[in-house]
Design a protein around this ligand. Structure first.
Ligand SMILES: Nc1ncnc2c1ncn2[C@@H]1O[C@H](COP(=O)(O)OP(=O)(O)OP(=O)(O)O)[C@@H](O)[C@H]1O
Length: 239
């Protein structure tokens, strides 16, 4: 399975954010998407998830036989700011989520088993989501992917709100599920990208570029990435 982006263009007014961005993401790999503030990472995710429509270019999800298998449930998108019904308890929300997606779930576990996986304590499961910490809300977003298992998972700066223990747990979880998914996450934390990802893709001047594997291993990797990102003339005045 591959997610194939071809010549994606997106502008807001006269600001051209994506300029024929093309890339092929493969199943079984975790991709770290690096780019400066305002380089267009969220815009790219919105085009992939169809939350926003690109001006031109195509997004295809193709299976092993080359058929486009993209449908409404292909993309799971975890927002940097979790969007959840705050008036429900965590337990009620998961029950609701399972209910509305029941035709699309394989190997369903019990709600408590899902809570166990994301390590939300028993007493917190029946509290209102509005009283959850930011990290707990993020965990609830993550568990939705474990339930419906969308083939493509987009994570917009996912681990920044987690404490070190939770970040470690979520990293292990992502590694465990990666063989069945295409995982792409945007981050500003270089260490996280190198630690967790199989590939690093840079969004620079509106285009996507794979960072050479040799460069990832090189001792002056950090410095070289900085050089690449500093070249982004579109955002150099932003950050
Ligand atoms: N709905 C919109 N209307 C107008 N401009 C927008 C809109 N959405 C994004 N932009 C502009 O597009 C550019 C890219 O924004 P985007 O949020 O995609 O960047 P980003 O790489 O995710 O940034 P950050 O790392 O700061 O989260 C920015 O200049 C932003 O102001």
């Amino acid at each position: 399975m591959e997610l194939i982006l071809k010549d994606i263009e997106k502008s807001f007014g006269d600001k051209q954010v994506l300029k024929k961005a093309s890339f092929t993401f493969e199943k079984g790999r975790i991709y770290g998407l690096l780019g400066r503030n305002g380089s267009g990472k969220t815009t790219l995710f919105n085009c992939i998830s169809e939350d926003d429509k690109q001006d031109s270019g195509t997004v295809e999800l193709v299976d092993e036989t080359g058929n486009d298998i993209m449908n409404y449930s292909s993309i799971g998108y975890a927002f940097a700011q979790p969007v959840l019904p705050e008036f429900l308890t965590g337990y009620e929300f998961l029950k609701f989520y399972i209910d509305v997606n029941k035709d699309n779930i394989q190997n369903l576990l019990s709600i408590d088993e899902y809570f166990d996986i994301i390590k939300i304590e028993k007493e917190d499961r029946y509290r209102l989501i509005k009283d959850y910490s930011f990290g707990m809300k993020n965990k609830i977003q993550m568990v939705c992917f474990l339930i419906t298992k969308p083939p493509v998972i987009l994570l917009d700066e996912p681990l920044t709100s987690f404490d070190v223990v939770v970040a470690y747990e979520i990293k292990q979880l992502l590694k465990k599920i990666k063989s069945d998914h295409i995982l792409i996450f945007s981050t500003h934390i270089l260490e996280l990208a190198t630690d967790l990802c199989d590939d690093i893709v840079v969004l620079n001047n509106g285009q996507l570029e794979l960072v050479d594997e040799e460069l990832l291993k090189s001792p002056d990797f950090e410095e070289k990435i900085m050089d690449i990102l500093k070249e982004d003339s579109d955002v150099s005045s932003v950050s």
